[in-house]
Design a protein around this ligand. Structure first.
Ligand code: MN
Length: 506
């Protein structure tokens, strides 16, 4: 940056007209330089037009366009007609509808006026490769326009009202809505919605007023979609978005809609059955390169069964049947997300499918029930085909035969109040990679005394801090509160150990 007292350079002596034109030319030159017009369907750059004299000032309201651009990262391009070109900003989250929320707007090169109506597919590999569609267009009024601040009122189909763009630094600007929200009843969803939980029963409920869904054996996730981005929160509030990059496209597919979804992230095996064991390979990975590889090897599907918020309005108090109707209308069925149908009536079809395919069970939901975040409600009843739940690991026993010295089985328990109750030891289902991971973890979390405060703990075991939650399948509960024939299914990172209790059919 030149100090303010620098001697005037040659340019400062140039006539005003030249100065005003130079940046314009340079900016359209930038548009031209970035593109190969043999390869892209975009309009070629022309010389900046002089404001047409034919258009009388009164009727020559300048035009604007907002394009939805599915480039490498989805964004919206705001372009305002000005001095014969289109001044342009890329807005990653779109035009804000709420004055409380300002969005980043990155200034980009000026575009030719022909771009006002451009929609098409820019080939991959070209600048801005991806599809471009017109999201909104109309005219605008200018209240202020300088290098730091542009204040306008939009008259579009979707965007209306007064906005200001203000520069924060270099090419970075913010866009702020100055008018009250277009929809004054609009509310932001709370960012910590917890999933509603089902109560375990041994038998399906009878009578009318139930809807039936398959129970999906994966991890529960609340999906927040805003500005074309999805954010996935697990049951215990952990952000797991980065682990499942294939679900990003769901956010992009929803464009500018604001939606909160409830569903289960599931990995399907070769027989199209949900496999918690397969999902294990995705649940604990943090390395971006490994995640990228695993997307191809163990793809996941976000199985959607509820919608909690829609375009600024809570659906929590609507009955299940109406939330379901809204969900169906969204038609969320893509490569990595599905909205399976539900059954109304006696549930016989759902029950039969779940047994026939050896699935975990079914969930029956009252069609007239509201959504109760974080509550284990009796309006949702789960019925399992086999016994399976999460347990807390409190120790381990060395293996016999080939596994001497290493982990042979896990001592698991559940909380009864503040007391960790020993439930049994799970040995089958433990595989080499899991054992290696557990060994490293247990080495750091070993303790001398038993974390179990109840139940008969076997001798010759090693104790660990009760911080690990695992999923275990078993055949029955004994009268002493132990589990029989347990099989280890996998590690859970989506549940807090202190929430692990014995699940008893009511
Ligand atoms: Mn763009």
């Amino acid at each position: 940056m030149s100090p303010s007292f620098a001697a005037p350079g040659p340019r400062s002596g140039a006539p005003m007209g030249t100065l005003r034109n130079m940046p314009r030319k340079r900016e359209l030159a930038e548009y031209e330089a970035k593109r190969d017009f043999d390869a892209t369907p975009e309009p070629p750059a022309r010389r900046a037009r002089k404001p047409p004299k034919a258009r009388a000032a009164a009727e020559a309201a300048p035009r604007f366009v907002v394009q939805e651009h599915h480039a490498r990262a989805l964004h919206w391009d705001l372009r305002l007609e000005r001095d014969g070109v289109l001044a342009s900003w890329a807005v990653p989250k779109g035009i804000p509808e709420d004055p409380k929320r300002n969005h980043l707007a990155v200034q980009t090169e000026d575009h030719p006026l022909e771009y006002l109506t451009f929609a098409g597919e820019i080939p991959a590999g070209e600048y801005g490769g991806g599809s471009m569609g017109v999201w909104d267009t109309g005219t605008y009024e200018t209240h202020k326009w300088d290098d730091r601040e542009v204040m306008v009122t939009f008259h579009g189909e979707r965007v209306q009202g007064r906005y200001v763009l203000f520069r924060t630094r270099d090419k970075q600007w913010m866009i702020h809505r100055m008018d009250p929200p277009a929809d004054p009843t609009r509310r932001e969803p709370p960012n910590d919605l917890k999933p509603m939980l089902a109560t375990l029963e041994s038998k399906p409920p009878r009578g009318d007023g139930w809807a039936w869904e398959l129970k999906w054996d994966g991890i529960r996730a609340i999906g927040y979609v805003e500005g074309g981005r999805i954010r996935l929160l697990s049951r215990n509030g952990n952000d797991v978005t980065k682990r499942y990059p294939e679900l990003r496209r769901l956010g992009e597919a929803l464009g500018t809609r604001e939606i909160v979804l409830d569903g289960e992230i599931v990995a399907f095996d070769e027989d199209s059955r949900p496999s918690f064991e397969l999902l294990q390979r995705r649940m604990h990975v943090d390395s971006e390169s490994v995640i990228r590889r695993l997307v191809g090897e163990v793809p996941v599907t976000y199985v959607l069964f509820d919608v909690l918020w829609l375009d600024g309005h809570s659906l929590l108090d609507l009955p299940y049947s109406e939330r379901r109707a809204q969900l169906r209308e969204l038609d969320l069925n893509g490569l990595s997300w599905q909205t399976p149908p539900h059954e109304e009536g006696d549930g016989s079809t759902t029950l039969e499918i779940s047994k026939q395919f050896g699935l975990e069970g079914v969930v029956a939901k009252r069609v007239d029930s509201r959504y109760e975040p974080g509550r284990r409600s009796r309006a949702w009843i789960k019925i399992k085909n086999h016994l399976q739940q999460e347990f807390v690991v409190g120790g381990w026993q060395p293996g016999e035969k080939g596994r001497t010295g290493s982990i042979g089985s896990l001592l698991v328990g559940y909380y009864d109040g503040d007391v960790l109750h020993y439930a049994g030891k799970a040995g089958s289902g433990l595989s080499g990679p899991v054992i290696a991971e557990l060994e490293a973890r247990f080495a750091a979390e070993a303790r001398d005394d038993s974390p179990f405060g109840a139940g008969r703990v076997p001798k010759g075991v090693r104790f660990v801090e009760p911080s690990l939650v695992v999923e275990v399948r078993f055949t029955e509960w004994t009268s002493a509160g132990n589990i029989r024939h347990p099989t280890f299914l996998g590690i859970r990172t989506d549940k807090d150990p202190r929430e692990v209790v014995r699940e008893m059919p009511g």
